[in-house]
Write a protein that binds this ligand. Structure first.
Ligand code: PLP
Length: 224
């Protein structure tokens, strides 16, 4: 069950902020997505490849599907024909594979680099040094990577009640975004996405410059 009231409030609070709402529908039935679709929502986020492929096949074609989970290289081919944005790229190998599969589909696939900003060890993503290494690599081989496009960065803050810490982590991501933009993407308008903020911390993320918030439980209720 979706919470229509939560959706209305969220949409209202995002008005005027230039922030895109991605409704994270992982582990929720297609009927929930449809309900939100009928309220006007078009951007949806999923974490699991098979689940996303199944939902995409049965839901309206104008939904913009964001893949926000950890993506294995051997599964890129299933998403390549339709995915709107891949949020979690954290290796050059994955970036190359996305370009290869994009070429097969005759399209350029937009993606984000995932940075590790939380204090917890378990979350995926690169540190600043790894991001720069990847971007150096990318710069050197850009001619062969014409079917992938890097549109920005994504990150997840620590799971903590300490709002100062969360704000500092988002600020750090924003700083890395600026660094990447200035050093590698100056004048390239597509490099403009800063995907940060979830149900528990999206207000802080917006205050720190988020362009895309990924919100699940606030809209769809707790997951099993
Ligand atoms: C599940 C998930 C979300 C949504 O989390 P909520 O706390 O339910 O809003 C956002 N981003 C990523 C990467 C996720 O895996």
């Amino acid at each position: 069950m979706i919470t229509a009231e939560a959706f209305r409030q969220l949409t209202l609070s995002l008005q005027g902020t230039q922030t895109t709402l991605i409704a994270v529908s992982k582990l929720k039935p297609a009927s929930d997505i449809e309900a939100l679709y009928h309220l006007g929502q078009r951007d949806f986020g999923e974490n699991y490849v098979q689940e996303l492929v199944e939902k995409q096949a049965q839901l309206p074609a104008d939904i913009r599907w964001h893949f926000i989970g950890h993506l294995q290289s051997n599964k890129v081919k299933y998403l390549a024909p339709f995915v709107h944005l891949i949020h979690g790229v954290d290796s050059f190998r994955l970036l190359s594979e996305i370009s290869k599969q994009g070429e097969k589909c005759g399209r350029q696939i937009p993606c984000l680099l995932q940075l590790h900003i939380a204090s917890e060890e378990t979350k995926f993503g690169m540190d600043e040094k790894e991001m720069i290494e990847l971007l150096e690599h990318y710069e050197a081989q850009r001619a062969q990577l014409g079917h992938v496009r890097i549109d920005g960065l994504m990150g997840m803050a620590s799971f903590t009640a300490d709002e100062e810490q969360i704000a500092a982590e988002f600020r750090n991501l924003r700083a890395m975004f600026e660094l990447a933009r200035q050093s590698y993407f100056l004048g390239q308008e597509h490099f403009r996405v800063l995907s940060m903020g979830m149900s528990g911390d999206y207000k802080i993320a917006i205050a720190e410059g988020s362009t895309h918030v990924r919100i699940g439980s606030l809209l769809f209720g707790q997951r099993r």
